[in-house]
Design a binder for this molecule. Sequence first.
Ligand SMILES: [Zn+2]
Ligand SMILES: [Zn+2]
Length: 214
Amino acid sequence: MLIKLIENQYPMMANCWLIYDEKSNEAAIVDTCAFDDKINTKKEIEALGCRVKYVLLTHGHFDHILGTYGIQQKYGAAVVCHKGDAAMLADAQLNLARINGAEDVFNPVKPDITVDDGDSIYLGDTEIKVIHTPGHTKGSVCYVIEDEKTVFSGDTLFCRTVGRTDFPGGSTEELKESLKKLLALEGNYRVLPGHNRETDLESERTRNIFIRRM
Ligand SMILES: [Zn+2]
Ligand SMILES: [Zn+2]
């Protein structure tokens, strides 16, 4: 299995992760950044010649979803999100595109699959588990690949910090409970967040000030 960050240099854009199962030739994109000829997502997908089966959204904020429409249209990928954020995918006010001046590049999307805590998505034989982690938004989720000891943490957990809770739908109390769920994963995991650099669960347990204060 190949897991890599697609290097997109748009300002304010979120990390866009590619998951590729070589055996089945199936791939998933975790959060989409944007999608056009200027960014690398298309290049990476076409270089691999993979079938993009899913867009796995960690939550509905505009910076994570702007490319979703394009990937859904071009590759027939099924868009996956938690039901709590489903309405955000089609509403520039709810997903903050309007207030950030990104409404002109936003295309509304309907999720093909809504997931909840404990659900699983498969790429080939590889299981991707869904953990519902509200706090940053109502419908924030993390995706866990046990086989790869990897968590896609969206805007819930970052390197040495945690997600903001001051946007509509945010809750510090819910975020704390969600972080506890992530910390309860046994052993160490690679943590691939929605912004900035990757980290791992063990170093966040000991060195993340917000978590240490919980
Ligand atoms: Zn974000
Ligand atoms: Zn966000």
